[in-house]
Design a protein around this ligand. Structure first.
Ligand SMILES: *Cc1c(COP(=O)(O)O)cnc(C)c1O
Length: 484
């Protein structure tokens, strides 16, 4: 007679083994998922970029998690109806709103492998290869950004966290202490991404005076005015310590005069943090090198591979000119990790970020770069720059439309100016009509009180035919609205 505890263990084991499907079952599940993803990709060109539904994914709530399992088919149909139908389809080339994302296929295979093997990418001792791979991705980004040898960084979940990490590293590097916050001023423009304001707050720095540096007619930071503000603040006894600039703003894709700002930051002893979440990867294109000049002088730089490198959501990056500054902000000690810490002097992601255990993000980036090489990424980015310029030229040819500035990168702005009536209201209606149509998705913003529509070209599936379609839809809808 077995002791009771062994019987109990056996019983648990039998049920727990459902977590380990056998070879045939794995093949069946894999096939179903592959079938679903092929169907999704096969239809992508023909389904709308935005779908309005009544249910808005409510079917998910109506199928609560319980003790009883459901099969893969019902699970996939829940996904199809509730996830992959309502709202914006970010995988669609017709996604021209906000800042579009990516989702290249190769990455999904990287994720698949990373999930199956579940290699630990937080600490070198546990996963030397996976840590090296992430390190290599960071080094590659640092290299294309033009950062020096001693630079370093971290793959993050996105640009918001990367902004936060850059700002925290700046705070530590400048040794700011609470009593001093009220005197320590920060400089940015009204065009800074909201994640920057949020990061300042989360970093505990909300008492720092934040100076909004005026922008020029291209919505780029006015470097001369920045310098004047800094000098004035110093004279008043303040401690100007941080300037936050953009390598591609979200609203209009404007690139601040980074080289000039870098010069000022050096001279006045400010930390220069550059938010290149949207725009930094354009450094891969010769066309954008000039406008991004000076980006390599940033003390910290944010790049978002899930934007400019077309990776699926969940991959951002922060780079520091001096990796020691990142370590100084995020180092840790823990008794239970003493073996891991003794084992090597190699820096691990856990030494350089707030995270310990994390998704192994390196593989979803490494695999596509290795399988496709860099050339198609560079070509796709160049294509996006050219498409935005093409749109900018063509929209002006349609009567009634007025284009904004020539795009710095791949965001073009415009609006329709009706002969009579409220232009803001007209454009608001126009964009509603475009979204209702759904074949392309555009978003809007306000510039100097004016309602402005934007076309943001960054999805790798956006090609010339998409832009022609967008132009055609805009022309037709504007004409119809003008008549109504
Ligand atoms: C998208 C974006 C962010 C935020 O990045 P997430 O990856 O969405 O967290 C920050 N700054 C700029 C300029 C962006 O375009």
């Amino acid at each position: 007679m077995r002791p009771d505890i062994v019987n109990q263990i056996r019983t648990c084991e039998k049920i727990a083994l459902r977590l380990e499907p056998g070879k045939r079952e794995r093949a069946r599940l894999r096939e179903k998922v592959a079938e679903y993803s092929e169907k999704f990709l096969g239809r992508l060109h023909d389904v709308p970029a935005y779908i309005t539904t009544k249910h808005n994914g409510h079917g998910i709530d109506r199928s609560p998690v319980g003790e009883k399992p459901i099969g893969i088919e019902p699970a996939l149909s829940l996904i199809e109806k509730n996830l992959d139908t309502p709202g914006l389809n970010p995988a669609s080339g017709g996604h021209l709103g906000y800042i579009p994302g990516g989702g290249i296929f190769h990455s999904s295979l990287g994720d698949y492998l990373a999930d199956i093997t579940n290699r630990y990418a937080g600490v070198y001792f546990a996963g030397p290869g996976s840590v090296r791979m992430e390190q290599m991705m960071v080094d590659w980004m640092a290299e294309i950004a033009g950062f020096p040898e001693k630079s370093g960084g971290n793959l993050t979940s996105g640009g918001s966290i990367a902004n936060l990490m850059g700002i925290v590293a700046a705070r530590e590097a400048h040794n700011l202490r609470a009593g001093f916050f009220k005197k320590s001023s920060i400089y940015l423009t009204e065009q800074a991404h909201h994640s920057v304001d949020k990061a300042i707050r989360i970093a505990g720095l909300k008492e720092c005076p934040v100076r909004k540096v005026p922008v020029d007619s291209f919505y780029r930071m006015d470097a001369e005015k920045l310098d004047r503000l800094i000098v004035r603040d110093k004279r008043r006894g303040l401690n100007p310590w941080l300037v936050i600039c953009a390598a591609g703003t979200t609203d209009v894709g404007a690139v601040d005069p980074l080289d000039d700002i870098a010069g000022i930051a050096r001279r006045r002893n400010l930390w220069m943090h550059t938010d290149g979440a949207y725009g930094a990867f354009f450094i891969l294109c010769n066309e954008a090198k000039k406008i991004l000049r000076g980006m390599e002088k940033s003390d910290s730089l944010v790049m978002d591979p899930h934007k400019g490198l077309f990776l699926p959501y969940g991959t951002g990056a922060v780079l520091l000119r001096d990796r020691k500054k990142l370590y100084d902000a995020f180092w840790y000690r823990a008794n239970y990790l003493q073996d891991a810490l003794k084992a090597s002097d190699e820096l691990s992601p856990a030494d350089l970020s707030p995270e310990l255990t994390k998704h192994f993000r390196g593989l979803r980036m490494w695999l596509p770069l290795k399988l496709a090489g860099v050339a198609p990424f560079r070509a796709a980015l160049r294509e996006k720059l050219l498409l935005a310029r093409y749109f900018h030229e063509e929209i002006q040819k349609i009567p009634g439309f007025r284009a904004g500035n020539t795009p710095d990168l791949s965001v073009a702005t415009f609006r329709y100016e009706p002969r009579r009536g409220d232009a803001n209201k007209f454009n608001e209606k126009l964009i509603q009509e475009v979204v209702r149509d759904g074949r392309v998705f555009l978003s809007s913003t306000r510039l100097e009180g004016k309602f402005v529509i934007r076309v943001a070209v960054l999805c790798f599936r956006t090609h010339l035919d998409t832009i022609e379609l967008a132009l055609d839809i805009l022309k037709t809808k504007a004409l119809a609205l003008g008549k109504s």
